[in-house]
Design a binder for this molecule. Sequence first.
Ligand code: URA
Length: 434
Amino acid sequence: MRTVDLITRKRDGEELSAEELAYLVEGYTRGEIPDYQMSAFLMATFYSGMSEKEVGVMTELLLNSGERVDFSDIPGLKVDKHSTGGVGDKTSLIAAPIAAAAGVTVPMISGRALGHTGGTLDKLESIPGFRTNLTIDEFKAQVAKLKLAFVGQTPQIAPADGLLYALRDASGTVESIPLIASSIMSKKLAVGLDALILDVKVGTGAFMKKQVDARRLAQLMVAIGRRNGKRVQALITDMNQPLGYAIGNALEIMEVSQTLQNAGPIDLTRLSIEIAARMIHLGKIVPTIEEAREIAQRKLVDGSAYKKLKEVIKAQGGDPTVLDKFELLPNATGARDIVTTRGGYVSAVDAQVIGAASTLIGAGRNTKDDQIDHAVGVILEVKVGQKIDPGTILCRLYYRDEANVEEAADLVEDAFRISASAPEEREIILEVVS
Ligand code: URA
């Protein structure tokens, strides 16, 4: 078998066999297939897609590149959630502690920043000392004790996904339904889950720009889950503007803290509660989704989810007081206000542009080996629907290195649309696929 032949066949739209896909994934994981050839294969897949059979094989290959963590000795149903990637999307850090505080066991395996979108692991690593690279034994022990732990791919858990994820990020091949579906589902199947809530984002800031594509992605992942005996529900949610106000790692941790103290943005709070409620319902803590919503709301309002996140931060080596004293988090040294000269209603805030600007000033990666600057990012000062006057600050860029600030400022200025009349209100949850 020759790698180049498989690349050209995929480029020409052919279906590859399980052996051929194994040759590519296993060869790349062993370091025998170079980045440039694997990137070409990913690009060919991006354009030609994969059959449902190929996606199933790809998921198995990524999954079998590592171990399966067995949680069967921990009582209760294991439930996780995963987002397909958004801008300002910090719901995992709110929904998971709510669900855990309600008694659900949540072995959460998360991802890093990808393209213009953020990653839960990078956000957590902005907390000084926080370790996302727990060993499998540490992961299991913490889940048994606290009902919640956050880890990423390790050399033990879906390592091939870790390698491909970084390569996709640097080769413009993220926005592919089969690659996203296999990436997410391989990680999730690696940690013996019983159920999973997927947050499939759609809109300017999502990898899926059209609802029909988001639906296809959701259906594919639900089907993979079902074939593997897992209960999977997918929410298709709006990502036409960033979620909440904060974009950037430490800035988002601050917003998580505010939200868990019941002082967060409405859109973020609403979505996090709905996701947590569905986790609570699938975890069979209560029989109806209505009761689950009440519990989720209560665990947020009474501070038990906030307390849970602090326990988890402490257990994973971080300093939980960062949630009260934001000065202990990495802080930017410079700030630039973006001000409007026009009055009217904010009718759009292009989430992709805001995410790209935030990456440009260091909050994300441009190459797979780039270091993230956890301190930097963007804080929106307005959201869609808000009435504004000329001179209103639209957002603030927080940076440490001046290098790309001008370019980022130009970008974000164009992200805001101001119109004479109020835009139609959009629902945050657009559809449920199960
Ligand atoms: N999250 C993942 O884990 N993988 C993707 O490809 C996209 C989002």
